[in-house]
Ligand binder design. Structure first.
Ligand code: FAD
Length: 604
């Protein structure tokens, strides 16, 4: 065990861990952040730093070998059904994750969309803790957000006018892309306007959707209109149209509070150290580059074994696949699984790894009658004309993540908030498979309507140990459509029809995927065969232990003291349409809960 002592040892620097570590260190605590990946983003090699910084290059970022953990996952238990997906190959379907300073915030598509109020209120009901209510959770959202896409309201706040609910002084800049160049592509703007009008007409309700659009100006996070059916732009976390996330936050705090925040990179944590009273006293880790088996370029080495002590707490923020794996490797989890791998069960907690959830996504791809003029010359690489434009002041299409328009709707089986998110992108995209970024950037005459099914009903997914070797990934089974499958399939069928209604009036947009003739049962089968997700969550869920919960409403792992989980895995149900803003929010809440904790030995 190293002689150095830290108050908190945090594992993982992504949306959860980065946010939490920065806030604790800013408050004067001594924090050690252990991150399995490095910080390759500023090294000018292999397309970096461009692939990291330029918003439009995010697909390349997600395949960059210096950043990628390429998990293979099972969508279905039935191998025949699994193999019907042409994204499937031996071992499963690619599920990209990032392993570097910043975690998945370093390669994601940066979309910053608030969760639904009902997501928070449900946790308040589950825990009986009103601090989880949507109204009270807004405080944490405001600590995160520095909203730059509502300039008028940004200014009016100085006069005490703040009806939009945005945060203006947080650490994460949120912008919308500046479409100056897009005005040159009148045809594209016309297509988008036609689609927006068709979408608004499809919502029904007469002029109501138009009024909401006028009031909220298309901002999906404006609390006056958020959570309704409508047509939106997609706010993204960029600073001056450069990607920003927990990496920037951590580097900033580490430079301002060098004695408080220590960033230990290339450190793969292998287990939590528990004493005989089931108290977390530290962690064991292996120091070395690319030690984990799903690294794009694994080193094949074992690394140097080290231990570090935590004076107060250990907090796991490894994400929905790795936090449950780490708990199980530490002897906390379902007894039969631990026994099967020869791991001594220290705390029996059957919920660890269960309840894995995700969205279902499908992509409808249209071939346009001509290439998008605004993409002329785009190679999606440093040095091309659009890159030079972006370099000047961040403007032009490279300042965007490619999303031109978003629509939210309720399906016919919706039980509350809108459950469908449909996003038009100026590139072809049909999910993740090795080399998918080349396909995304290779065609300039496609439009994809990417559909995300929110509030999916399936909780039958599971993470389980494949091996007791901490350098090997766990087994990941989503068991798509096993629970509530018919309803979720119907919702996706509704979404496909809605997209067809929206795209119908567009000029010469011909449906390439799935193809206009695919309807009824064939369409359902196509959805089964093609659906994917990328918001894995809920594998260490908040909730009572006897109901499968792993952590309590203060993120404390049941049955262990000094140990919390703060990342995508703690949600009991997958929130909203996009998850990262909700993770930032819970991490701010967790920091508050941790700092309020009375010193050891004192009762609250
Ligand atoms: C391609 C892609 C695009 C996405 N786009 C969006 C989007 O636009 N909007 C949105 O809301 N969401 C998006 N997401 C999802 C979102 O980014 C993630 O859900 C979110 O970042 C998860 O946060 P987290 O804190 O749970 O984990 P992560 O951000 O994954 O961070 C976990 C970190 O922990 C580290 N780690 C794991 N295990 C260990 C260990 N044993 N030892 C040390 N370190 C460890 C990892 O290296 C990683 O850095 C996207 C995801 C992908 C894959």
């Amino acid at each position: 065990m190293t002689a150095e002592a830290y108050d908190y040892v945090i594992v993982g620097s992504g949306a959860g861990g980065g946010t939490l570590a920065a806030r604790l260190a800013e408050s004067g605590a001594k924090v050690l952040l252990l991150e399995a990946g490095g910080d390759p983003c500023n090294e000018p090699a292999d397309g970096l730093p461009g692939q990291y910084r330029v918003p439009a290059f995010h697909a390349r970022a997600s395949e960059h070998p210096a950043m990628s953990w390429n998990f293979k996952v099972n969508h279905y238990a039935d191998p025949a059904q699994a193999a019907r997906d042409d994204k499937w190959s031996a071992g499963g379907v690619l599920y990209p994750r990032a392993s570097l300073l910043g975690g998945c915030t370093a390669h994601n598509a940066m979309i910053y969309l608030a969760a639904h109020d009902s997501d928070w209120d449900a946790i308040a009901t589950l825990t009986g803790d009103p601090s989880w209510s949507a109204r009270r959770m807004r405080r944490w959202a405001r600590k995160v957000e520095d909203c730059r896409h509502r300039p008028v309201w940004r200014w009016l706040r100085h006069l005490g006018l703040a009806p939009t609910g945005h945060g203006w002084n947080g650490w994460l800049r949120v912008e919308r892309f500046e479409p100056q160049d897009a005005w040159r592509d009148v045809w594209m703007l016309w297509q988008i306007a036609v689609a927006a009008c068709a979408a608004l007409r499809g919502i029904g309700g007469g002029i109501l959707p138009w009024l909401r659009l006028a009031l909220g100006k298309g901002d999906p996070n404006d609390v006056r209109v958020a959570g309704s059916e409508g047509v939106w732009y997609t706010p993204i976390s960029t600073s001056g149209h450069h990607r920003t996330g927990t990496r920037e936050r951590l580097l900033d705090v580490a430079s301002r509070h060098p004695g408080c925040l220590t960033l230990q990179l290339n450190a793969l944590v292998t287990r939590v150290l528990l004493d005989e009273q089931a108290r977390a006293v530290g962690v064991e880790y292996r120091q070395g580059e690319r030690l984990y088996g799903v690294c794009a370029r694994p080193s094949g080495e074992d690394g140097v074994r080290r231990q570090v002590h935590a004076r107060k707490e250990v907090i796991l923020c490894g994400g929905a696949f790795n936090s449950p794996q780490l708990l199980m490797l530490s002897g906390i989890g379902p007894r039969e699984q631990l026994d099967a791998h020869g791991i001594r069960c220290q705390v029996e907690l059957p919920g660890v790894g269960a309840n894995l959830q995700d969205r279902y996504e499908v992509g409808l791809i249209y071939r346009m009658q001509r290439p998008w003029a605004s993409l002329a010359g785009a190679r999606f690489a440093e040095g091309d004309p659009l890159y030079r434009r972006w370099q000047l002041d961040g403007s032009g299409l490279y300042g965007s993540n490619g999303a031109a328009l978003a629509v939210t709707r309720r399906s016919t089986v919706c039980e509350g908030d809108p459950d469908l998110f449909m996003m038009a992108m100026l590139v072809p995209f049909r999910g993740y498979y090795p080399g998918y970024a080349e396909a995304v950037y290779g065609a300039h005459d496609r439009l994809t309507w990417c559909v995300l099914k929110g509030h999916t009903r399936n909780r039958r997914g599971r993470i389980s140990l494949a091996s007791a070797d901490p350098q090997e990934p766990p087994r990941i089974d989503f068991n798509y459509f096993d629970e509530g499958g018919e309803q979720d399939l119907q919702a996706l069928v509704d979404a496909v029809q809605m997209v067809r209604d929206i795209a119908g009036p567009m000029q010469d947009a011909s449906e390439e995927l799935p193809g206009g003739g695919v309807r009824g049962e064939a369409l359902k089968q196509w959805i089964r065969d093609n659906a994917w997700g990328h918001h894995a969550s809920c594998t260490c869920a908040i909730g009572p232990r006897e109901q499968g919960g792993v952590v309590d409403g203060n993120f404390k792992v049941h049955g262990v003291s000094g140990l919390r989980v703060v990342d995508a895995s703690v949600f009991p149900r997958i929130p909203g349409f996009f998850i990262v803003s909700a993770i930032y929010q819970i991490a701010e809440k967790a920091a508050d809960a941790i700092l309020r904790e009375p010193p050891r030995g004192e009762s609250p």
